[in-house]
Design a protein around this ligand. Structure first.
Ligand SMILES: Cc1cc2nc3c(=O)[nH]c(=O)nc-3n(C[C@H](O)[C@H](O)[C@H](O)COP(=O)(O)OP(=O)(O)OC[C@H]3O[C@@H](n4cnc5c(N)ncnc54)[C@H](O)[C@@H]3O)c2cc1C
Length: 499
């Protein structure tokens, strides 16, 4: 097997040498993918005097980086000003403990240690965070540094700095293949542009930053991931597969950053689109039922969406949120019980129900009925099971005590006054979590644990930060932090070692 792999690598090397490229670049560094990680690496490299080519598959840059709301850091100047006491060492212990020490400890430590300085670096590059906050009620450790409006402002700033400093950005030019020399060191990338021209970029180092494999349903299945829909399309596993083709080991493949259930609304991510007010109902910790009409978890957990997703995933393809006319009135007058990202705020009244609900009823995403029987029939529940569920939750709401799952009375609501409303949802994910196995310097390693010279992977292309779920409760914004800090650490190592 090893012999075959070696022959395949040599073939790939031979291919690189005999293949006539239409265009050729000779640089210090080539980065594949111009999202959060790739652009951060590009600016860092350019500022350190490394000649750089940045390849992007799509016409526009940013990838899922455009959607980031906030990023994780510990001991930042903003946290100090806000009186946050959490130390880097405490944060490291929390993260490792959350992931049951399945993560790569040196990598986690390096990212956390770098994170405060990165907040200052971003600020000094003109991107001024709105605040440092937490989405949790009563949590003292604010770690989520909120980008002004959204991550797209960070992306815009990075691309402007990079190109104004002379960096080469090639859009609609996906990286396809890694080049190897006879010693097994990576020496560049073959890409192809929208005109079908072959672009050969020879470089001392390559950083893979293609965002993982969240859009590749076959890969998700292959690595044992759950049935879930990608929130944003764009990352198909190109970077991970390129690394595999040169012998990379993998780390933590399978788990996704599951984001809970939402009703289908193409083009909308979480609560950032037209249907935000209705999609936010999936984050209110109201009654959830499965396709039989039975309750299956403590819905308070919906705000810890990676964990709620595990409960939802057990119940099959669809899940349903249920509320009655009384609860609807409460939301329309007193507002939402929980926020949904930074788009819907806690206490914000719902205004567009009368327009959005009928529109979604027509699409089969929503059901209403004057009686429990009527709505159960429309939604496909077992009417008896559903009526029993409604009776039970109403009893718990009235007595202020959930005898089944112990939900906080703050979000316990009766389901007894018609009309009754049901929203149908499916599990979605934001990103994949595992990738190539890397060192604390983000160098890709092979199955023997040896560094593949010249090859780095960051963000969604790298593994080692997580166990089986995203660590939202303790490290809000960890994914972007891993991409951005990892990119800076990779470039630091390239500058220090020359490759
Ligand atoms: C809706 C949403 C909200 C989010 N909110 C947050 C948040 O608040 N905080 C947080 O920490 N994280 C958040 N995330 C996750 C965060 O956006 C990602 O973790 C982060 O952007 C990963 O950076 P990346 O560079 O690995 O990938 P991306 O930023 O996705 O960039 C990958 C880039 O590579 C390009 N590409 C793919 N294949 C190729 C190829 N073959 N050649 C060239 N280019 C290629 C893609 O087109 C894309 O531009 C969110 C994600 C989503 C979807």
């Amino acid at each position: 097997m090893k012999k075959l792999l070696f022959i395949a690598m040599l073939c790939s090397f031979a291919f690189a040498q005999v293949f006539a490229a239409d265009k050729e670049y000779n640089v210090d560094l080539v980065i594949v993918g111009a999202g959060a990680g790739g652009l951060t690496a590009a600016v860092s490299a350019q500022e350190k005097g490394l000649s750089t080519v940045l390849l992007e598959k799509k016409p526009a840059v940013g990838g899922t980086g455009n959607f980031m709301e906030g990023t994780y850091a510990v001991e930042s100047f903003m946290q100090k000003e806000a009186g946050v006491k959490l130390t880097k060492q405490q944060a490291f212990n929390e993260v490792m403990s959350y992931h049951h020490w399945k993560s790569n400890p040196r990598l986690v430590k390096a990212v956390i240690d770098q994170s405060a300085e990165t907040i200052k670096w971003i600020w000094d590059h003109g991107v001024h965070f709105e605040e440092v906050k937490t989405a949790w009620l009563n949590k003292p450790n604010k770690t989520w540094h909120i980008f002004p409006e959204s991550g797209s402002n960070y992306i815009k700033a990075m691309v402007n700095i990079y190109t104004s400093k002379g960096g080469t950005l090639l859009t609609e030019t996906p990286g396809k293949k890694l080049l190897l020399d006879k010693n097994g060191a990576v020496t560049g990338v073959i890409a192809e542009n929208e005109d079908g021209e072959v672009i050969q970029v020879n470089a001392k180092s390559v950083i893979l930053a293609t965002g993982g494999y969240a859009s590749n349903l076959e890969m998700i299945k292959k690595y044992g991931g759950p049935e879930s829909l990608p929130t944003v399309l764009g990352s198909y596993g190109d970077g991970i597969n390129m690394a595999l083709s040169v012998g990379a080991a993998l780390d933590g493949m399978g788990p996704l950053m599951l984001n809970g259930a939402f009703m289908l609304a193409p083009g909308e991510a979480i609560c950032n689109g037209k249907n935000a007010e209705l999609r936010a109902m999936f984050r209110q910790s109201l009654l959830y039922v499965n396709s039989h009409g039975e309750r299956f978890f403590n819905e308070e957990v919906t705000i810890d969406w990676p964990l709620a997703s595990n409960a939802i995933s057990r119940e099959g393809k669809f899940t349903y949120v249920v509320f009655d006319a009384e609860t609807l009135k409460e939301f329309q007058t007193k507002g939402y019980l929980n926020g949904c990202g930074n788009w819907i705020k806690r206490g914000q009244p719902m205004k567009k129900f009368d327009q959005l609900f009928p529109e979604n009823e027509k699409k089969g995403n929503a059901f209403s009925g004057k009686t429990l029987d009527e709505v159960a029939k429309k939604a496909g529940f077992d009417p008896e099971a559903f009526k029993q569920t409604a009776k039970e939750i109403t009893k718990y709401a009235k007595q202020g005590k959930d005898e089944r799952f112990g939900k906080n009375p703050r979000t316990l609501r009766a389901v007894e006054k018609g009309p009754f409303y049901v929203l149908k949802g499916q599990l979605h994910h934001l990103t994949s979590l595992g990738g190539s196995r890397v060192t604390e310097h983000l160098q890709v390693v092979n199955e023997q644990g040896n560094v593949i010279p010249g090859l780095y992977a960051v963000g969604g292309d790298a593994g080692g930060m997580y166990g089986d779920s995203y660590d939202l409760t303790i490290a809000e914004g960890a994914a972007s932090s891993f991409a951005i800090n990892g990119a800076r650490l990779a470039v630091k190592n390239i500058v220090a070692t020359g490759k």
